[in-house]
Design a protein around this ligand. Structure first.
Ligand SMILES: [Fe+2]
Ligand SMILES: [Fe+2]
Length: 217
C-alpha cells in the first residue's frame, strides 16, 4: 500500500498490529480519518523509518510481529538463551553420537562417514561466531551505536551464509538424514537430534537476519 497517501484508518485496517506500533511512537490513533503522513509531521516523527517499520509489520508473520515490538534487548536475550546456549549443548552430543554411529556402522553403505569430524568443525565455527555476536555485536545493537554495527551485521550475515552451506553438507553426508532399515538406536537418535539442531539453527539465523538485524537497519 502507498503509505504516503494512506489515512490512519487505512493503515489500521490493513496492517495487523499497526495500532500498537503507532501508539508506541506517539501517534494519536483516535482521529483515524487523518492522513498518516500528516500525523507523523505533526509529531516530528521520521516518515521513512515509520513507513519501513509499517511495511515490515505488513510482511511479517504473527510470531515475528511479537519480536518486532519487543525491546531489542529482550530479543537478544531470547536468542542467547534459546539458541546460543542450546547449540552449545546440542553439538557435543551430536558429535558423540556421530562418532558412535561411524564406529558401529562403518561397513554399512549408508554410514555417514566423516560426519563427526564435520560436526566438530561446525561446532568450532559456531562457537566463535556466537561469541563474537555476544561480545561485540549484541552489545552494540542494544546500545544502538549504529556506526560500527553495520560492519558487524554484514559480517554476521556472511557467517550465516557459511553456516547454511554447512547444513547442506550435512544433508549430503547423511543422504538427507536417510536411515537404512537396519539402523541401530544410536543412529536413529543421531538423525533425530540432527533434524532438531538443523531446525533450531535455521530459526536462529532467520530471527537474526530477518528480525534482529532488520530492527536495527
Ligand atoms: Fe546468534
Ligand atoms: Fe548468528
Amino acid at each position: 500500500m502507498n503509505l504516503s497517501r494512506s489515512s490512519l484508518k487505512d493503515v489500521l485496517s490493513s496492517i495487523r498490529h499497526s495500532d500498537i506500533y503507532l501508539k508506541k511512537v506517539g501517534i494519536d490513533i483516535t482521529n483515524s480519518d487523518r492522513m498518516l503522513s500528516e500525523s507523523l509531521a505533526e509529531k516530528n516523527i521520521d516518515t521513512n523509518t515509520t513507513f519501513a517499520a509499517l511495511n515490515l509489520l505488513n510482511e511479517l508473520g504473527e510470531k515475528d510481529i511479537h519480536w518486532l515490538l519487543e525491546p531489542t534487548s529482550n530479543l537478544i536475550n531470547h536468542i542467547k538463551d534459546r539458541y546460543h546456549n542450546h547449540h552449545r549443548l546440542q553439538l557435543p552430543l551430536l558429535i558423540s553420537l556421530a562418532r558412535q554411529v561411524e564406529l558401529r556402522n562403518i561397513e554399512n553403505p549408508y554410514c555417514p562417514v566423516g560426519l563427526a569430524d564435520y560436526l566438530n568443525g561446525l561446532h568450532k565455527d559456531l562457537l566463535v561466531h556466537m561469541e563474537k555476536e555476544e561480545q561485540i555485536l549484541f552489545p552494540f545493537l542494544s546500545d544502538e551505536k549504529m556506526a560500527y554495527v553495520f560492519t558487524q551485521v554484514s559480517l554476521a550475515m556472511h557467517n550465516h551464509d557459511h553456516e547454511l552451506h554447512m547444513l547442506s553438507r550435512i544433508d549430503e553426508l547423511t543422504d538427507g538424514l536417510h536411515l537404512p532399515e537396519n539402523a541401530d538406536n544410536v543412529w536413529k537418535k543421531l538423525y533425530v537430534e540432527l533434524a532438531i539442531f538443523k531446525a533450531d539453527l535455521l530459526e536462529h539465523i532467520r530471527l537474526e537476519n530477518d528480525i534482529l538485524f532488520d530492527k536495527c537497519g
